[in-house]
Design a protein around this ligand. Sequence first.
Ligand code: 5RP
Length: 219
Amino acid sequence: MSQDDLKRVAAEAALKYLPDGGIIGVGTGSTVNHFIDLLAKVKGRLDGAVSSSEASTARLKSHGIPVLDLNACGDLEIYVDGADESNHQLQLIKGGGGALTREKIIAGASRKFVCIADESKLVRVLGAFPLPVEVIPMARSFVARRLVKLGGTPVWRDGFVTDNGNLILDVKGLEIMEPAKLEDTINRIPGVVTVGLFAHRPADVLILGTPGGPKVVTA
Ligand code: 5RP
């Protein structure tokens, strides 16, 4: 089975977490794209979705699924999104697709965060995947120097602009032993909008696509 097949296995298994009616949060990425396509078949069960990116919004709308503003919804029962890495505590690195800020907002506003991924995303220690940091454009070099002091090697994702009009620094070379502490430290650097560490708000359920079927991990 290809990695993409395994993503689809995880996405399919997330359907059973859908509430009966109401509005759900929907993340961003290739795994979530499978979820959105599957959602189209059961869309009658939902009132709509809050989306974490312009790309997911377009895909949801193309299937006729109403997309709502989070400000009009209050807290959501469930958020379904992918991840670039998860440790066994279900703390995540996210933002490979650059949608980390909106993703973190929706995760924070949701009672249950169901993370879907292929099995390669489960790791012992976070950090092999470069950690995305969204920054205000004028702060790019300043934030990069601070990230170097923290032991990382930031690389500007050249040519990429987030849905919020900001830039991404991908920080290589970090072995993240204390994810919550590093999340706080990076978030305190002036000019940082969001760091793609989801440690204070980890996933509640991780569904891994494996060749033998979906595997559910809880912390
Ligand atoms: C986007 C994300 C994605 O969830 C993450 O990059 C995983 O993507 P994929 O499902 O394509 O592997 O955080 O900002």
